[in-house]
Each structure stands twice: as structure tokens, then as C-alpha cells.
Write a protein that binds this ligand. Structure first.
Ligand code: BEZ
Ligand code: FE
Length: 286
């Protein structure tokens, strides 16, 4: 490699261009970001053409994003950034009575998910899916007391690998629902056994995966967001133990404690499988 001496004062000059009115956290983040990205450019002798490819990729991500699709987030996901930030934000002890582990939100959450009643089915028009009766209790991870009135939002892809907002053939809000726990902290509903699916391949994240010689698949999972005014919101995903992509999730989100077992269900004309899943929340003030 050629040895070059770049202006040793340049990075500091860029950082010091920030004025006194800059918010202190923003100053810290931007100083770190500028330092790392300048070092990255110097260490790799980044060329103008390579830099412009990166700019085009970011622009492409922006052009593909709207309120139903978040390609910038997907790009972060395939390089593990959302999972890393999730770990940093929610780091918790791994004791036996630890709260439910977190996992990334992903780009297919909808803030306006429809309210459903316990016992409802979230499933419309999925002929090739295995029906599951999913149920559980939301409890305080320390006291083990049930938490009535918790909102449990759930969303999953269909067997064709698409979330309803990606698929004009699914009814709106298919395979998603917002439930509320009863007086015993319990929730219950019908869904399908999730199947693995590829992250969208028609944008820059898909292109990057292809260039990196990586597969796009996510292991079968169900997303959960549990919220209650007295507790920290829990964003997580649960994964099917039988899935072939558990050890090589394209977005690196699997944690051992989030792997679950679907078991046969007897005597229910609406479901051949059952999934019991308790959620352990952390009080807001702890
Ligand atoms: C998802 O789980 O829905 C997801 C997460 C990250 C990237 C793409 C999809
Ligand atoms: Fe997902």
C-alpha cells in the first residue's frame, strides 16, 4: 500500500466547526461519527468513485422508503446495526429471572395496528398455513405478578413471505393485531406458524446482500410489542426452534432465550398447534 500523509489537522477542523449552540449529545455523536468515517476513508484509501457508490446507495434507500417501507432501516439491519443498537439500549442481566429479551422492531411494524379481542383470529385467507393458538401471561419480571391492561401487539408475515402492507392480495391488518391482557395478565389469539422469508431484495439492502454473497432469509418469527404505562416497552421477536435459519439470520436478531416450541394442540377445531409464551416486563422506575 502506498504511504500517504494526509493533513493531520483536517478531522479536528471539521469537528471544531460545530458552533456553541450545538446540543451536547449531538456534538458527541457527530464528533465520533466524523472521526470514525474520516479514519475509515483514510485507512481504506477510499476513492471518489467508491464514495459516490455509497452516496447513491443511501439516495436509493431514501427513494424507496415511504410510510410502509423503511429501506434505510433495512440497510442498517443487514449490517447488524439495529441489533447492536438494540443490545446497547436494552442490555439486561441474563439471570434465570431476567426480563424477556429484546429484539429489533424491523421495518414492518405499523403504529395503527387494529385492536382485536382475546380469542380472535388474526388470520384471513391463508390456506397453506398451520393454525396456532398462541397464549400467555404478561408478568412483572421481579415480583412475578400479572400485569392486567398490557397492550400486546403482534405481527407476522404470511406463508408467501410477505407482510400485509407488502402484499396487495392480503386484507389490511392481516396477521397483525393489538390485544389487551385480562385481569390475570393473560392474552390469547389465533395466528399461523411463522415461516422463514427473505428480506426484500429489490432495493439497496437486497443488492448489498447479493454483493456480499449472503442469503436474504430470516428465520420464522413472530413480532411482539408489549406496552403498559408502568413498565418499559418491550420490543421483541420469538423464533421457531425448528427453523433452518436460526444460526444465520440475515439481520442477526436471534437470541437463545427467544427460541420457542410449537406443540400439537388437541381438541381445537381452529388450531392444530399451540404456543405458550409469557412476557416478563421491567418496571419503568427500575
Ligand atoms: C422483520 O423481522 O420483519 C425484519 C427485520 C429486519 C429486516 C427486515 C425484516
Ligand atoms: Fe419480521
Amino acid at each position: 500500500m502506498a504511504t500517504h500523509t494526509y493533513d493531520p489537522t483536517f478531522t479536528d477542523r471539521v469537528i471544531n466547526a460545530m458552533g456553541p449552540k450545538t446540543n451536547s449529545r449531538l456534538r458527541q455523536l457527530m464528533a465520533g461519527f466524523i472521526r470514525h468515517i474520516h479514519d475509515f476513508a483514510r485507512e481504506n484509501e477510499l476513492t471518489v468513485d467508491e464514495w459516490m457508490m455509497g452516496v447513491k446507495m443511501i439516495n436509493w434507500a431514501g427513494q424507496m422508503s415511504d410510510d410502509k417501507r423503511n429501506e434505510g432501516q433495512l440497510l442498517c439491519d443487514v449490517i447488524g446495526l439495529e441489533t447492536l443498537v438494540d443490545e446497547i439500549t436494552y442490555k439486561v442481566a441474563s439471570e434465570a429471572d431476567a426480563p424477556t429479551a429484546t429484539a429489533i422492531l424491523g421495518p414492518f411494524f405499523r403504529a395503527d395496528t387494529m385492536v382485536r379481542q382475546n380469542g380472535d383470529s388474526m388470520v384471513t385467507g391463508v390456506d397453506d398455513g398451520e393454525m396456532v393458538f398462541m397464549h400467555g401471561q404478561v408478568i412483572d419480571y421481579k415480583t412475578k405478578k400479572p400485569i392486567p391492561g398490557t397492550t400486546v401487539e403482534v405481527w407476522q408475515a404470511s406463508t408467501n413471505g410477505l407482510y400485509e402492507q407488502q402484499d396487495p392480495n392480503q386484507v389490511e391488518h392481516n396477521l397483525r393485531g393489538k390485544f389487551t391482557t385480562d385481569e390475570n395478565g393473560r392474552y390469547w389469539f389465533y395466528c399461523i406458524r411463522p415461516t422463514p422469508y427473505p428480506v426484500p431484495g429489490d432495493g439497496p439492502a437486497g443488492k448489498l446482500l447479493e454483493l456480499l454473497d449472503r442469503h436474504p432469509y430470516r428465520p420464522a418469527h413472530i413480532h411482539i410489542l408489549a406496552t403498559h404505562e408502568g413498565y418499559k416497552p418491550l420490543v421483541t421477536q420469538i423464533f421457531d426452534r425448528q427453523d433452518q435459519y436460526l444460526t444465520n439470520d440475515s439481520v442477526f436478531a436471534v437470541k437463545d432465550s427467544l427460541i420457542v416450541d410449537f406443540v400439537p394442540r388437541e381438541g381445537d377445531p381452529n388450531a392444530s398447534l399451540e404456543l405458550a409464551y409469557d412476557v416478563k416486563l421491567v418496571p419503568k422506575d427500575s
